[in-house]
Ligand binder design. Structure first.
Ligand SMILES: [Zn+2]
Length: 115
């Protein structure tokens, strides 16, 4: 088992791949047509090999958080869609004019508001 140094850089100013800087995060960062080793100091994750934002645990946590946010938004959207479908089912056969009149009546009688 060798402790081969990692190599970094595609299309960089030196025209060749550069050996790992062992003080820096091990992530290879890509920007357009070139790449380089991450320039942040390593101090996070297993073996303290990553910077904060490239720490695999941090990335996992972030992914989980955004998944949670997405799930929440999807739940709200689904509920809104369900209601819209229900309204369509209940009122779809009623003409727009009549529906408008019903709305006005309900508004007057029950002080209900519609969007
Ligand atoms: Zn990094």
């Amino acid at each position: 088992m060798g402790t081969k140094k990692r190599m970094y850089g595609v299309n960089n100013a030196f025209g060749r791949r550069l050996p790992e800087n062992t003080a820096l995060c091990i992530k290879e960062v890509f920007g357009g047509f070139y790449s380089h080793q991450c320039t942040r100091k390593r101090r996070y994750g297993k073996g303290k090999l990553w910077c904060k934002i490239h720490d695999p645990d941090y990335i996992k946590k972030k992914d989980k958080a955004s998944q949670k946010e997405y799930d929440g938004k999807y739940k709200i959207w689904k509920e809104k869609n369900r209601r819209a479908c229900l309204i369509e089912k209940l009122c779809g056969h009623i003409s727009t004019n009549k529906l408008h009149m019903y709305k006005l009546t309900l508004k007057k009688r029950f002080r209900l508001s519609f969007s």
